[in-house]
Design a protein around this ligand. Structure first.
Ligand code: MLT
Ligand code: ZN
Length: 462
């Protein structure tokens, strides 16, 4: 049965690269969540939009589910194939296909790695400013599918802000050429934005046109040690008022512990409970004086206990490593991840409530807090106690997440700030989105993907 379906696909697209070896199924069937056992039917590696369209049409005829796949660095299970799906890996479609100096756009295939997009923009004297730790592995198609955020959202916004045009193959096999790089386009519903963040449930991106920005100013990085959670938002306000912030990130002593174990260099001789990495425009006396003034103000107010400022790119990279190394340093423990957001103005009240909730929910457990505090986005990672079975651990964590999700609903927040709903956060979708909204989302899926073949079971059940 299986072979016949794949044989028919081979006849439809004779040049298509198809993998069925056990090692390939294992490799392409999972993402960074590592919670589900991969079990795809096969892996297709198309080289063109035509091949993608043939695959999607075949999948409709054969009723085979398709899991679009980029760098599989996702943390919500959005790219997991555990139920006989066809993995549609875009990794061979990884080229820059055009640059326009007047429009200041870069047109790329979806499988291009984010870092290659950064480099291509830099070669043209411009910048693609969306950035995060997985830059060396994640693909632009996956970034678009999750409306990825990261460390510079505070300054540049999410991926959505930078998408000038999208070519997609919808679940029904139609090719749409959306927005075509137009700055102004008041011609009805903007379907481009519907596809961005849809986690592969409506269609698959086959080409993207990205806006580029001016190259960033010279910057410096400060690492600050703070006495309390309460000080965080006050330091943020003080820094935002005085400096042109490019990033403002926080982490706790537990996060520092894990990155130090993982080989990072200890920043301060003393121990402190909370840390901030702030990057800001520098390169002039006025800017440097403003940075010093912001720091001194916070020290005088008792909001900052210690600090260090980068004097070179190498030092800046070293300080960033303390923040960017957290995910990798935790990965071997298979932590339970929360990626939540509230409005920045709601953060002080939400932080206080959440801290109490987490302390009650996880007595004596290693809970690692970090995140993009300037965006109202917290990552709360829970490390399983030694020897605890994964299913028991996840079940316990989900009880706490029920409470966290209810707290988010009270504060008008979201159960997924930037990782997506995927499989991991599906049980909590209705705390964040109303029943009417989810019903509309289902209706939209039925229109674009009438046979329900695009990443079924992700975001909501079929
Ligand atoms: C990060 O900001 O480092 C990742 O989005 C968070 C994570 O690993 O939970
Ligand atoms: Zn993050």
């Amino acid at each position: 049965m299986t072979d016949q379906r794949l044989e028919r696909l081979r006849r439809l697209a004779p040049e298509l690269r198809l993998l069925t070896d056990a090692a390939d199924l294992e490799h392409y069937g999972r993402d960074w969540t590592r919670r589900w056992t991969p079990a795809p039917l096969a892996v297709a590696l198309p080289a063109s939009a035509d091949e993608v369209q043939s695959i999607v049409r075949w999948a409709n005829d054969e009723h085979v589910a398709v899991v679009p796949s980029g760098g599989r660095t996702g943390l919500s299970g959005g790219a997991v194939a555990a139920n006989g799906e066809l993995v549609l890996s875009m990794e061979r479609m990884n080229r820059v296909v055009g640059f326009d100096a007047v429009d200041r756009t870069l047109t790329v295939q979806p499988g291009i790695v984010l870092e290659a997009v950064h480099n291509a923009a830099r070669e043209h004297g411009l910048a693609y400013p969306v950035d995060f730790g997985a830059r060396g592995s994640c693909s632009i198609g996956g970034n678009i599918a999750t409306n990825a955020g990261g460390i510079r959202v505070i300054r540049y916004g999410n991926t959505r802000n930078w998408i000038a045009g999208l070519k997609v193959v919808t679940g029904s096999g139609e090719v749409l050429d959306l927005n075509r790089g137009l700055v102004k386009n008041a011609s009805g519903y903007d379907l481009r934005h519907l596809l961005i963040g849809s986690e592969g449930t409506l269609g698959v991106v086959v080409e993207a046109t990205l806006w580029l920005a001016d190259p960033p100013p010279p910057t410096q990085v400060m690492l600050l040690a703070l006495p309390s959670f309460e000080a965080l938002m006050q330091v943020f306000a003080a820094f935002r008022a005085r400096l042109e912030l490019e990033a403002f990130e926080f982490f706790t002593d537990r996060a520092l512990h894990h990155v130090l174990v993982h080989g990072a260099q200890r920043p301060f001789a003393e121990d402190y409970p909370y840390f901030v990495v702030a990057e800001f425009a520098s390169g002039s006396e006025a800017r440097e004086a403003a940075a010093l003034a912001a720091f001194e103000f916070c020290v005088e107010q008792g909001l900052v206990l210690d600090g260090v400022i980068s004097q070179s790119d190498a030092q800046a990279a070293q300080l960033w490593r303390l923040r960017e190394g957290i995910t990798e340093s935790l990965a071997r423990h298979k932590p339970y991840k929360n990626d939540v957001s509230v409005r920045v103005s709601a953060m002080p009240a939400f932080l206080a409530e959440t801290q109490a909730l987490i302390e009650r929910g996880y007595p004596g457990v290693d809970v690692v807090w970090f995140g993009h505090i300037g965006d109202g986005n917290l990552h709360i990672n829970v490390v399983p106690p030694e020897g605890m079975a994964q299913d028991v651990f996840v079940a316990q964590c989900e009880q706490v997440t029920d409470l966290l999700s209810a707290a988010l609903a009270r504060h008008g927040g979201s159960i997924s700030a930037e990782h997506g709903i995927g499989l991991v956060k599906k049980p909590y979708l209705l705390d964040t989105r109303s029943e009417a909204e989810v019903a509309l989302m289902r209706g939209i899926k039925r229109v674009l993907d009438p046979n329900g073949i695009m990443n079924p079971g992700k975001v909501f059940d079929a």
